[in-house]
Ligand binder design. Structure first.
Ligand SMILES: Nc1nc2c(ncn2[C@@H]2O[C@H](COP(=O)(O)OP(=O)(O)OP(=O)(O)O)[C@@H](O)[C@H]2O)c(=O)[nH]1
Ligand SMILES: [Mg+2]
Length: 388
């Protein structure tokens, strides 16, 4: 965790915040937390440095920074800064996470991120129920930027799963990384495909509200919605072009500018995060995602423990699983067959006993008849010998 001072060189627009639609005027300002998620090496750390280059993460030595590769993020790290413009203060937290993709099995790579989001809701809920609530530490995630690899094809199952889970818990903002690696047409097609998947898979993403009574704001919101998922370029280097220092990436075929709307959506995303929608992101986190978590938690506690709820959910899911249903059918068939065999065996046994009984009865009758004959013989002999 590091703390960075904020030497504001040029205003980034937080002074506009009190004019945003919710117009919360607060002496204390606001706390705003952004979390970065997605595969490893997509430029998450670079992006955040690009977004706040002059404000948030000053590099120890810029000359070295540009010569050596950026270090891989290996653990969740939180960078904090205070921004202040025209007396409006923002306590900013940026949560950088290690990208997934290095493991052989990435199945649950999103787990630490989801846990982090839940833990922050949990911690806020606990602090809220304390008698003194002056010093609440709030790290609830207001915006999660999810970085998508610019393949130009489709979303990976891992992305779909991760985005689903994050979208249920926080304001999810999908971002296409390294936009400079796709042509404008490829980018348009890729965006269309991603939007279709997001809709088909019911992934909940953040959508800027459209203000009916403010036409300019409504127009801007529409533009933002149409641009999603935002295509971004991260670059920490500045080049002198026409006497101006411009942030971008230089290639043998040309120069791509971070802040050029023809090249990428960086400016739109920055506007959404820091100018036009910061307060909406904060309030929707409080009113929707946090309340949702709190509601589930309280309901879970009232119904027993949350584990038993999870278990019953997973049981319900099991009974809908086709593999499980097939297995169940097989077992039923096996038991029915066993029952039929046993029944047959019992009938045969009963039949055998019946036959045996008949045989014994028959033998008994024979013995009785033999006995009768012998008795008669004895009587005849006694008569002959004159005993009677
Ligand atoms: N072409 C291109 N390269 C980029 C862009 N952004 C970052 N990179 C490069 O991609 C590499 C990885 O960038 P990082 O910012 O470390 O990526 P990360 O997502 O933080 O990676 P992890 O920390 O491993 O999760 C670096 O060499 C960057 O210079 C971009 O917009 N376009
Ligand atoms: Mg990183």
């Amino acid at each position: 965790m590091s703390k960075a001072a904020a030497p504001a060189i040029e205003p980034i627009g937080v002074a506009n915040l009190p004019n945003q639609r919710y117009k919360i005027v607060s002496q204390k300002g606001a706390t705003f937390t952004i979390l970065l998620a997605g595969e490893s090496g997509l430029g998450k750390t670079t992006f955040i440095n690009t977004l706040f280059q002059t404000l948030l993460v000053p590099h120890e030595d810029n000359r070295n920074r540009y010569n050596k590769p950026i270090k891989k993020t290996v653990e969740i790290s939180i960078v904090r800064a205070e921004l202040e413009e025209k007396n409006f203060k923002i306590r900013l937290n940026v949560v950088d996470t290690p990208g997934f993709g290095d493991n052989v099995n990435n199945k649950n790579a999103w787990q630490p991120i989801v846990e982090f989001i839940d833990q922050q809701h949990e911690s806020y809920m606990k602090q809220e129920s304390q008698p003194s609530r002056n010093e609440i530490k709030d790290l609830r995630v207001h915006a999660c930027l999810y970085f998508i690899r610019p393949t130009g094809h489709t979303l990976k199952p891992l992305d779909i799963e991760a985005m689903k889970r994050i979208g249920e818990r926080a304001n999810l903002i999908p971002v296409i990384a390294k936009a400079d690696t796709l042509t404008p047409n490829e980018m348009l097609e890729f965006k269309k495909r991603i939007r279709a998947i997001i809709e088909a898979q019911n992934i909940r993403i953040y959508s800027p509200p459209i203000e009916a009574d403010d036409q300019a704001a409504a127009e801007h919101a529409k533009q933002l919605i149409e641009s999603m998922p935002f295509a971004v370029i991260g670059a920490e280097e500045e080049f002198e072009i026409g006497g101006k220092m411009i942030k971008g990436r230089r290639y043998p075929w040309g120069f791509v500018e971070v802040e050029n709307d023809q090249h990428c959506d960086f400016r739109k995303l920055r506007s959404l995060l820091l100018r036009t929608n910061m307060l909406d992101l904060i309030l929707s986190t409080q009113e929707f995602h946090y309340e949702n978590y709190r509601g589930h938690k309280i309901k879970g506690e009232a119904d027993g423990d949350s584990k038993s709820i999870k278990e019953s959910n997973s049981n319900n899911k099991l009974s809908e699983n086709p593999e499980f249903l097939e297995e169940e059918r097989k077992l039923k068939r096996y038991f029915a067959e066993q029952l039929r065999n046993e029944d047959q065996r019992f009938k045969q046994w009963k039949q055998n006993i019946h036959t045996e009984k008949n045989r014994l009865n028959h033998d008994l009758a024979n013995l009785q008849s033999d006995m009768k004959n012998l008795e008669n013989e004895v009587k005849t002999l006694q008569r002959v010998k004159g005993y009677s």
